[in-house]
Design a protein around this ligand. Sequence first.
Ligand code: T5A
Length: 215
Amino acid sequence: MSHSLPNKPLFITLEGGEGAGKSTAMRYLQQQLTRAGIDVLTTREPGGTVIAEQIRQILLQKQDEPLTIATELLLVFAARSQHIAEVIRPALARGQWVLCDRFTDATFAYQGGGRGVPLSIIATLEQLVQQDLQPDYTLLLDAPPSLGMKRIQRRAALDRIEAEQLAFFERVRQAYLLRAKQAPERFVVINSAKPLSEVKRQLAALVTQLSEKYL
Ligand code: T5A
């Protein structure tokens, strides 16, 4: 594991397909980290600021006018730029740990793997928007897309991206797994097809490891 120094606040992102369990894992992690005495800020993408949440609406609402792939990509990064400037960097500068539900790995997975945007274009925008900012750790909640979709089926309506075909989400999953393989020092892959009790057990073990290393 990692590159970060003791006492440096960590920037941790949670990733995974639709209904993979990110939000559930994030709530649990926040609880555990707070219990360990760590000051944690939780946030999400796309979103996290007033303007970024407005951009989220455009990205997720179903509208008659289709979004082009380039518009989708640029909006995701526009929201991220606001989020980094207004929320993520200030929190880290104050010494808070940041837990973020999705970040740029989602762009590589959804716009790259899912939509077929060349990864070099995404990397260029990443550089422009993030400069030196990268997550210290990324938890990838991995489950077959069919299972994730089944878990969120109870919701009233699917958003614009959730309404994609299963093949799209299979490509997203493979893109995530490839990124995890390429950066094993940053990624922690959790099999979220397992029962919640098992996922929580793994998260609790991770919190213990991080507390020992960074506190
Ligand atoms: N997007 C985002 C891009 O295309 N590019 C980008 O760069 C970014 C940042 C955002 C959308 O935007 C796209 C991706 C997304 O389509 P979102 O709200 O972040 O949307 O993402 P969703 O995947 O839609 O979030 P969900 O809330 O649907 O899924 P979660 O958070 O993964 O799932 P969660 O925790 O709500 O769990 C779903 C259900 O499963 C249960 C939970 O209790 C809940 O009912 N559950 C389990 N049940 C059994 N066993 C387990 N282990 C379970 N874990 C959770």
